[in-house]
Design a protein around this ligand. Sequence first.
Ligand SMILES: Nc1nc2c(ncn2[C@@H]2O[C@H](COP(=O)(O)OP(=O)(O)O)[C@@H](O)[C@H]2O)c(=O)[nH]1
Ligand SMILES: [Mg+2]
Length: 458
Amino acid sequence: MFDSLTKNLDNILRRIKGTAVITESNTREAMREIRMALLEADVSYKVVKDFTTICQQRAMGQEVLRSVSPGQQVVKIVHDELVNLMGPVDHAIQYNEHGPTIIMLAGLQGSGKTTTAAKLARFLQHKGHTPMLVAADVQRPAAVEQLKVLGAQLKLPVYFEDGGRPPRICERSIQAAREKNCDLVVLDTAGRLHIDEALMQELGEIKDRVKPQQVYLVCDAMTGQDAVNSANEFNQKIEIDGVILTKLDGDARGGAALSIKAVTGKPIKFIGMGERLESLEEFHPDRMASRILGMGDVVSLVEKVQAQVDADRARELEEKIRKRSLTLEDFLEQLQQVKKLGSLQDIMGALPGMSGVDFSSAEGEIPRVEAIVRSMTFEERRDPEIIDSSRRRRIASGSGTNTQEVNQLLKQFRQMKKVMKQFSEGSVRKNLGGGLSGGALMARRPPKPPRGPGFRVR
Ligand SMILES: Nc1nc2c(ncn2[C@@H]2O[C@H](COP(=O)(O)OP(=O)(O)O)[C@@H](O)[C@H]2O)c(=O)[nH]1
Ligand SMILES: [Mg+2]
């Protein structure tokens, strides 16, 4: 799979990996080579252009990490952007609570619909479902026969009619599925060699009548840009939920896999990796990126170092908290720092003892807290004790909040300070629930007791 692309990228990245200094010109050179490799892989031109532009920007903007070479970081950037290019993917199927869940497959003739219908039924069978296969391709009599054979292999019922119109067949199959206690129906629809009006009309009608929970377009990876273009057209005519990309096992280039999401806006959800019924896999952009780059070791090294840097920063923050006598001004500054550093959950989670505390609800509090503190005078920030009721009213109206919210913040700040004090004295363990974790940022939801090892002051 993707042999030549992998080889080309490997060559380029192997060279840049060892680079000690990343300059505008050497990244540009690497990006030029990556651009060539992707175009050669039949990735669409605009996708390639956007991809290399963003990689270049990120390479130039990246912070220097100790212990990995800048070149290694570039490898990681390319990896991450490949993941972004192909994802995100949500594999979940919205199951129908009121009857069989209907999955509709569409696609051009020969793309692998009938085979994929059986593969998908098998996949879902292994997840505990009882699927029924529906032969809605009456274009070719052999297609019905093919599905019957596959159904028999899987010991699954196959619904078919002799002749008739596919939309009606599909409709009646749902009733048959109910009668057979099947909780899932996979519709194998007719294909054509090319997209034509009649086909789209038929597919649209099926969709209208049976209202499928999922519509997958089956595309042949080996047809490269043609697969991408037809996916785009199908999606415009009958909206699809995602793509199942087949014959990836025989695809040396990778153009379809890399372009489909960017061009159509719809992700690849499954991939076909062979003719056998067990050769269907969920599509995971990160795994695919690693397969393509084949530089898993470098990527995980950079990830480790990045995690270490976050931990270093958290330790700095902790040090500050410990040393300072906290004023609201410091508090604001720390908030801003936290905001800059990334998710509050990540940062606080890296502090010793905080790993079990849920900060996710606190994230939204930051702007409000910020507004309140900003509406205070310097004196008030340094010495919140002077904030009397008239000051409270002024601060509330200045920050677009109410006096209750100002009160709440001040109360939490006091609690936090108390905990800070204990924190630096090393005796926090006993009062965690009402302490830092119950501080200003936790205004809306009481904290869960932490599962971590408790505070340790090192
Ligand atoms: N190598 C490989 N062959 C596949 C895959 N999926 C389908 N095929 C083959 O592609 C051909 C056409 O498949 P079929 O299901 O009949 O396509 P349909 O016309 O869309 O229903 C068959 O020979 C399948 O065995 C796959 O993932 N890998
Ligand atoms: Mg078929």
